[in-house]
Design a protein around this ligand. Sequence first.
Ligand SMILES: O=C1N[C@]2(CO1)C[C@H](C(=O)N1CCC(COc3ccc(F)cc3Cl)CC1)C2
Length: 304
Amino acid sequence: MPEPGAAPRRSPQGVPYSDLPHIVNADGLHLFCRYWEPAGQPRALVFIAHGAGEHCGPYDEMAQKLKELSLLVFAHDHVGHGQSEGDRMNIKDFQIYIRDSLQHIDLMKSRHPDLPVFIVGHSMGGAISILTACERPGDFAGVVLIAPLVQMNPESATPFKVFMAKLLNHMVPSLTMGSIESKWLSRDKRQVEAYDADELNYHGGMRVSFGMQLMAAVERMEREIPSISWPFLLLHGDADKLCDIRGSRMMHDNSPSTDKKIKIYEGGYHALHHDLPEVAESVLKELTTWITEHIPATTSQEAQ
Ligand SMILES: O=C1N[C@]2(CO1)C[C@H](C(=O)N1CCC(COc3ccc(F)cc3Cl)CC1)C2
């Protein structure tokens, strides 16, 4: 409980967290949450992990579709993102994103102990999803990855740039590198404009220290992939300039999972769920179909 008479904790936008759905993470930071709860009995839980610099609001359309299928969808803005507390798009340890995701997942599992749990992750949220599932390999019925960050783009992360980033991280970790180029997010100009206009997105430069955390996450995934045995669906555009498709191909080819699928969208840009309408529609269809096909039959159904 807050100290009596203490000023209420407010979101970066100035809204008291007492007026917002939120959880408080292990470091005492307030994370803004969204929930999409079906009217009737939910069939499964779906956690959505957003990417770097964005927030969970743009996943509303996807979550509504899943809610219509009687799935209970939940998400939060990661530390330093959107309406959550924390230094904008910065983290001292990538593991914090995974720890907070597991905290939220465990909270929802305690409320619905008999439901299967899925994760849907995009880009950096894909890396969070992969490493979260790796920490609890038996806990998830499936993981859907939309253009996940698995490997760095070799054009943007040349050995020289990686060396310089590591050097600069020791000297000026708060130095900013380039920002995320929104033109590579989608071929749909309206989606790019919406991203650029969204004040809950972080439009500043990426700190060297944050880039180092992303690189550390990439190195962790490289070590984990040979032991991934849980079911997953990979969706990736082959014109993605932000997260190289080779990472998804490597994960699909090198994980021992016997239930894995990769779908490549020719010409697809990074944010496939916000790419051209026909692509976005296909992505929604693919992920909703895959999730519903991966909901275990309930004992009552098995009894029939
Ligand atoms: O719709 C969406 N998608 C979003 C935004 O809005 C894209 C963004 C997202 O998560 N990434 C795109 C950028 C990428 C940069 O990667 C690095 C940069 C420096 C470095 F040193 C090492 C790495 Cl790995 C990380 C993943 C989420």
